[in-house]
Design a protein around this ligand. Structure first.
Ligand code: NDP
Ligand code: 2IT
Length: 450
């Protein structure tokens, strides 16, 4: 590996020794930009570019006290990582999940910087959240938590400063409570301060569907460039949340047969094709578990997760769409997927594939759509939501959907141009990293040493 890259990577490992996920995300990006560093390495070194790029501009951590329904005071930890603002206001989601820690927040914020650069919109990268576990909480508890979280977060965000949105555990309900508290404290209707808002108060059509739809639009571009399509393909999807549901819907519309979806407990396998109306009722309305699918479709099968490969990845499938969480697919799982006839994989989630698993896919000529390109549709429509809020206007579903389709095609073109320029074959992960890196690097260098 190039000397300069190695030096920065070693420093990152030393300085952030307890942050495995952050190190992994940095390693992935720095490990694939070698051809660019070969060309411009000396300039970048003099500018301290990589050293600055791996250090967040700011990390805010704070106490989030709230009162549960039994009157007991609970305390969680809140975060906002404002990683890189060179291209625009920090932009990125909020995650509420018990596994949230500084490493996860930093990895997600770092990924977001490059993803947002690929969208073409003027947005920087950030991420936030809390180790709060929404599972089993009442609606009032969720509201009180969101209000307490925002009481601190509001000091650090604004429609031209930092614009949060949803991620795991944060959907339209949470964004509503967060927005309400922000508006109350600021006494100002700052519509563009959060995205993923309800349609009644400044949300954008297609934002809910955007990440899943965008993933499928990207897959269609990638498959098409390789003489393939989704038509008639067997698809499995991990997760059954926001990204998974709308990826499933668009994949089915494209003629694919989705046979499995999952949650953290296990997966459903329906050889007749998943009935998405049933999944939506369970997840979006009842906030239940995926195994309840069998109450409506008794012919389906439920497979519980054991240790090792998650059950959803043991099912034979030509196209796999991980849409749940990070490091879901390790080398062992990758081998099983390839053995079971995998053709292509599209990352709806952020960093669901380990480095070893990715390398195995590459060696076995699996077409691999990397998350920072393939799941950028969500944040891209968030940027469209911000535009509509600024204009005090709205676009129709068809207008936003068409823009999303064009954005995803444009992202694929950027990725394809980068792999062609550096003769990287179908290593779209490297292509995405190179295309995004160049844009962020140019913006940072143009703005001097900050
Ligand atoms: P949701 O909260 O709507 O759904 C998350 C899904 O993933 C649930 O089915 C959940 O199961 C499952 N899941 C979460 N954690 C784990 C875990 N540790 N192990 C197994 N399954 C798990 O989140 P989203 O759909 O919004 O997010 C899914 C992924 O997509 C995340 O990686 C997120 O960062 C990424 N993403 C989201 C975007 C968005 O716009 N929402 C945009 C781009 C990427 P359970 O209910 O059992 O926890
Ligand atoms: O990971 C992501 O891109 C998101 N969770 C969406 C971020 C956003 O600002 O819409």
């Amino acid at each position: 590996m190039n000397e300069y890259i190695l030096k920065v990577l070693n420093e990152v490992k030393e300085k952030n020794a307890c942050e495995a996920q952050f190190i992994q995300a940095v390693d992935e990006v720095l490990g694939s930009i070698e051809p660019v560093i070969k060309k411009h390495g000396e300039d970048y070194k003099r500018a301290g570019l990589l050293e600055r790029m791996v250090e967040p501009e700011r990390i805010i951590t704070f106490r989030v006290p709230w009162v549960d329904d039994g009157g007991l005071v609970r305390v969680n930890r809140g975060f906002r990582v404002q990683f890189n603002g060179s291209i625009g206001p920090y932009k990125g989601g909020l995650r509420f999940h018990p596994t949230v820690n500084q490493s996860i927040m930093k990895f997600l914020a770092f990924e977001q910087v490059f993803k947002n650069a690929l969208t073409g919109f003027p947005i920087g990268g950030g991420k936030g959240g809390s180790d709060f576990d929404p599972k089993g909480k009442s609606d009032n508890e969720i509201m009180r938590f969101c209000q307490s979280f925002m009481t601190e977060l509001q000091k650090h965000i604004g429609q031209d400063i930092d614009v949060p949105a949803g991620d795991i555990g944060v959907g339209a309900r949470e964004i509503g409570y967060l927005f309400g508290q922000y508006r109350r404290i600021k006494n100002d209707y700052e519509g563009g301060v959060l995205t993923g808002k309800g349609l009644e108060y400044g949300g954008s059509l297609v934002r809910k569907e955007a990440t899943g739809y965008g993933l499928i639009y990207f897959m269609q571009e990638m498959l098409g460039a390789n003489g393939l399509s989704l038509q008639g393909k067997t698809v499995t999807i991990s997760g059954s949340g926001n990204v998974a549901i709308y990826a499933c819907q668009k994949a089915q519309a494209a003629g694919a047969k989705v046979v499995a979806m999952s949650d953290s407990n296990g997966c459903i396998y329906d050889e007749n094709g998943i009935r998405l109306d049933v999944v939506k009722e369970i997840k979006e309305v009842k906030r239940g578990r995926i195994k309840e699918y069998l109450n409506s479709v008794p012919a389906a099968v439920y497979l519980e997760n054991n240790s090792g490969t998650p059950a959803v990845y043991t099912i034979k499938s030509e196209i796999v769409l991980p849409c749940a969480t990070e490091n879901d697919i390790d080398l062992e799982t990758a081998k099983l997927l390839v053995q079971n006839g995998l053709i292509a994989l599209g990352e709806g989630a952020n960093m669901p594939t380990t480095k070893e698993a990715f390398e195995y896919f590459l060696e076995n000529n699996i077409l691999f759509a990397p998350g920072k390109a393939a799941n950028a549709g969500g944040v891209a429509v968030s940027a469209l939501e911000m535009s509509q809020n600024s204009m005090r206007y709205f676009w129709t579903f068809e207008e936003v959907d068409k823009k999303l389709e064009e954005i995803m095609a444009n992202i694929f073109t950027q990725v394809k141009n980068a792999v062609d320029e550096y003769a990287l074959g179908t290593n779209y992960l490297a292509g995405a990293n190179i295309a995004a890196f160049r844009k962020v690097a140019n913006a940072m260098i143009a703005q001097g040493v900050i």
